[in-house]
Write a protein that binds this ligand. Sequence first.
Ligand code: SF4
Length: 242
Amino acid sequence: MELYDSTIREIMLRIGSHEPRRWPYEPELGWQDVGRNELVLAGDAAYELGGSSLPACNCTCVTTGAELVPADEVLLIGPDLGQLHADAAFARIAMLHVNAISDDDQEAFRTIRDMEFVKYHIHPKGYMMRISPESGREQVRVSKKALAQGISFRSIGNSFIRKYKENKLIDHVRIIFVTGDWTLCRDLTSVTKRVDAITLTLNHIMDGLSTDCSVCSFKPVCDEVEGMRELHFKKGAAPSKL
Ligand code: SF4
């Protein structure tokens, strides 16, 4: 599983110079999960991450490269939840190191999708995520009450990691939050769109659709991502590693 590796490296390079704050995984610090999508009304919200048409992106990158995600950790660039006072640009990125993935391409693809869908099963109290699969945006309304109770990215990041680690295939999780930095969030938006494009292309390949690159709309992705084209042409022959 190397399809997302160059993207992981690029993201780490982009955020490296911003000296992110880092916290190790401490499951007991995870924020209370209410088990369903909780409505935070506009009047109860202190602000919205990605609100007011500001950048708001997210993505999930899966790798079998242990060196790329060697530990469970939460990273933050920009102000923490308690330091924000108005809508802000926002990015959230999950990097997952998986210890084993099926040799069967279809099963491996399903596993990736399942991991990507974990974001729809996290419901922190007073932290209402609104994720659009079409636009790739992730906006979050944060309630005044949750802020008064001390909600932070450290606690939300721990909630995410705790949920991901319910899947025994996942060894390590890195959750990255970026707030306030419009330029960085905009740049990360283009990176997260590429991650979406890789996953869409995988979808095309797994559906067994056309292998004529000259007319394929996914060609730009396959030109850029190492291993993608091989995956399509090997499909149907010997199982190929995603
Ligand atoms: S390998 Fe060719 S046909 Fe297959 S998805 Fe890529 S560009 Fe399209």
